[in-house]
Design a protein around this ligand. Structure first.
Ligand code: ADP
Ligand code: MN
Ligand code: MN
Ligand code: MN
Length: 364
């Protein structure tokens, strides 16, 4: 049997009850059962076994009333590349709940770990190992900020802002741009940001990116499991909101071949020692340590990372390692302000948009 679920954190306190200000996804907030009490909808979210890049899955469980103790549940692993048909049952172990900003009210989004029926972590469950690492290095109080880049695609597969045939004007005006000439998809990005805030996700900003139709949101600074759980739930919300606009969200590292920026997931990292006065030497030590295991990191930073880390488009080559102040062509950048303050954090620029944050944060 599987141990009773431990909900590690109730939704963050920076927001109150989920309110959904957005027309595209507003649904009924409460649903009364026959005997007139309020049932809640818990959307159980997990990560599947799709190769080489796992995908999000979810399904809804009706609970008789709000609870802090979400029951374990199951699913058909033979439909998610996580089991064979003759032994298809996989177990969902709830680990953290968020307000559901789409359904509102007392409804929740529940992120789960996938378990085997014998209670062990499923081989596709990368969170279990991340949890062990978080515990081991707890005294260094590691913090992460992840910049998730993504591309909004039309049903024909072209990014928003690309004409049916050919290409838009070359890159230049789009990054952090404003105005119809440069920017498409802002409504989705804004709605997604509001949804993350209402859910209790530690989102720290958004910006339009270098290629048309490409955007970024950031989560952090947060602890190891927090940042990774929240990136996955924020991705789920993004896919879900985009459904309402007939838009498909891609976190593919190189959605358009040629002279167009890829999509990364720069991962900013610090320890307590790096953030304190005199922390610069720990930041440099961190850069050197990352260089010593460069191959291991590259292998685990998302499928297709070699195609994105070409040395062009603000990247270092995947087979070379370097670090430097303000250097967007380096593997690791030390932000300029950090070099002035002599403390702060480092930015690993290598992770792909399609990386698994449980793996990347664990390795760092
Ligand atoms: P960039 O200039 O690379 O585009 P962003 O502003 O998009 O940077 O992202 C920086 C990220 O770093 C944010 O998510 C922020 O929360 C995070 N961050 C800031 N300070 C720290 C820190 N001390 N440790 C870890 N992450 C941090
Ligand atoms: Mn950024
Ligand atoms: Mn960016
Ligand atoms: Mn960055």
């Amino acid at each position: 049997t599987v141990a009773a679920c431990d909900i590690e954190n109730r939704p963050a306190d920076r927001v109150g009850r989920a309110r959904n200000p957005n027309p595209s996804t507003r649904t009924n907030e409460t649903t009364k059962t026959e005997d007139n009490h309020v049932a809640i909808k818990a959307e159980y979210i997990w990560i599947d076994g799709t190769e080489p890049t796992p995908q999000l899955r979810s399904k809804t469980k009706i609970l008789d009333e709000p609870t802090d103790d979400y029951p374990i549940w199951g699913f058909d692993g033979s439909s998610t590349n996580q089991a064979t048909g003759d032994k298809s049952d996989c177990v969902l172990k709830p680990v953290r709940a968020f307000h559901d900003p789409i359904r509102g009210g007392e409804n929740v989004l529940v992120i789960c770990e996938v378990m085997l029926v014998d209670g062990k972590a499923h081989p596709t469950n990368t969170r279990a190992a991340a949890a062990r690492t978080a515990k081991k290095y707890k005294k260094h109080e590691p913090l992460f900020g992840i910049e998730q880049e993504y591309t909004m695609l039309r049903p024909n597969g072209n990014p928003l802002g690309f004409p049916d045939d050919g290409y838009p004007a070359p890159q230049g005006p789009y990054y952090c741009g404003v105005g119809e000439y440069a920017i498409t998809g802002r409504q989705i990005a804004e709605e997604h940001m509001d949804a993350c805030l209402a859910a209790g996700i530690g989102i720290s900003g958004i910006n339009a990116e270098v290629m048309p139709g490409q955007w970024e949101f950031q989560v952090g600074p947060r602890g190891l499991l927090e940042v990774a759980d929240e990136i996955w739930v924020a991705r789920w919300l993004l896919h879900r909101i985009a459904e309402n606009y007939d838009v498909w969200i891609s976190i593919d590292p190189k959605p358009v071949k040629g002279d167009w920026n890829g999509a990364g997931a720069h991962t900013n990292f610090s320890t307590k020692e790096m953030r304190e006065d005199g922390g610069y030497k720990y930041i440099e030590a961190g850069c050197k340590a990352l260089g010593q295991k460069a191959d291991l990191h590259i292998k685990n930073y998302g499928a297709g990372v070699e195609d994105r880390l070409t040395g062009a488009h603000e990247t270092q080559r995947h087979d070379q390692f370097s670090y430097g102040v303000s250097d967007r062509g380096a593997s690791i950048r030390i932000p300029w302000q950090v070099s002035v303050d002599k403390k702060g954090y480092l930015e690993d620029r290598r992770p792909n948009g399609n990386m698994d944050p449980y793996i990347v944060a664990r390795l760092m």
